[in-house]
Design a binder for this molecule. Structure first.
Ligand SMILES: CC(C)=CCC/C(C)=C/COP(=O)(O)O
Length: 277
């Protein structure tokens, strides 16, 4: 659980329980839009229609609805959709679970003594050791087949960084309020938490290793255990909400399919190099 030491510059103050200031921040925006939808009765709609264009423009930025919408869209706003209610419930459960599981968020959290181990697991899924290790193995490999596998893993790791960066920049979900931002070597988008870059990398590399490098069944089980541990450690460290990690796993799983689709074979490489040179 978070301690008074917990800092998060993006949030106003620390929090101890679900329904705290930070959670309320996320709920507030959901509730606001729900209320706005519910409040779109004909009288409100008429009132809105009579607003001056300037006022409507101003309000559209906060409500997320553009001025001058057609009647069909107003009709949709009359009925808060089931999906929206389901999503806000999921978000509530997500925040509650993430807060409960964030037991290593700082040294004086309930499981604070395990934090160094969790940080070690964090390093095992960080981009830098993976990129450096793969580049080293590619350089050291004396078989063309080994080099091919390593080159594709390297390209996959770069692709992962780009895709995660894009999704983080688009979604812009803040990290949990109990997170202490003390990760090493991060990009600016890493102040956002959705999806977990460690989870995407772990899931993608886990599938890659099992398909190309780790052939013994017991070792494959170990690889999958590592993937799960990396995901769990993200929530326990307070870095992520559960949904960030769950989506990250799914995204990493799909990224592996992308690597297989875009597989760079020696022939492709020769073609590409021949084209460039
Ligand atoms: C600097 C390089 C090469 C990678 C950054 C890796 C990183 C710190 C990702 C953030 O992961 P989470 O989204 O799981 O916190």
């Amino acid at each position: 659980m978070p301690s008074p030491k917990t800092k998060n510059p993006g949030r106003s103050g620390g929090s101890q329980a679900v329904g705290s200031s930070s959670d309320r921040f996320e709920f507030a925006s959901l509730n606001k839009s729900l209320l706005q939808r519910q409040g779109s009765d004909p009288a409100t709609a008429r009132l809105r229609a009579s607003e001056s264009p300037t006022r409507r423009r101003g309000s559209s930025s906060s409500t997320g609805s553009a001025s001058g919408q057609g009647p069909e869209e107003d009709g949709i706003r009359l009925n808060p959709s089931f999906i929206r209610v389901a999503l806000s419930s999921l978000l509530a459960i997500d925040l509650w679970m993430s807060k409960r599981l964030g037991v290593c968020a700082c040294e004086d959290s309930s499981w604070g003594s395990v934090r160094p181990l969790m940080k070690l697991i964090e390093i095992s899924g960080h981009g830098i050791p993976w990129l450096a290790g793969t580049a080293y193995c590619m350089y050291k490999s004396d078989s063309p087949a080994g080099q091919e596998v390593m080159l594709n893993l390297f390209m996959g790791l770069l692709l992962d960084l780009v895709l995660v960066g894009i999704v983080k920049a688009l979604v812009r979900r803040r990290r949990p309020s109990h997170n202490r931002m003390d990760m090493f070597a991060t990009f600016s988008v890493d102040r956002y938490s959705f999806p977990s870059g460690h989870a995407t990398r772990a899931a993608m590399c886990g599938r890659f290793l099992s398909a190309h490098l780790v052939l013994a069944a017991p070792l494959r089980v170990l690889v999958q255990l590592w993937v799960g541990t990396v995901g769990l450690s993200r929530v326990m460290l307070g870095r992520h909400n559960v949904t960030d990690v769950a989506f990250g796993f799914w995204m990493g799983y799909c990224q592996y399919n992308l690597i297989e689709m875009l597989w760079i074979s020696p022939q492709t490489l020769q073609g590409l190099l021949g084209y460039v040179v």
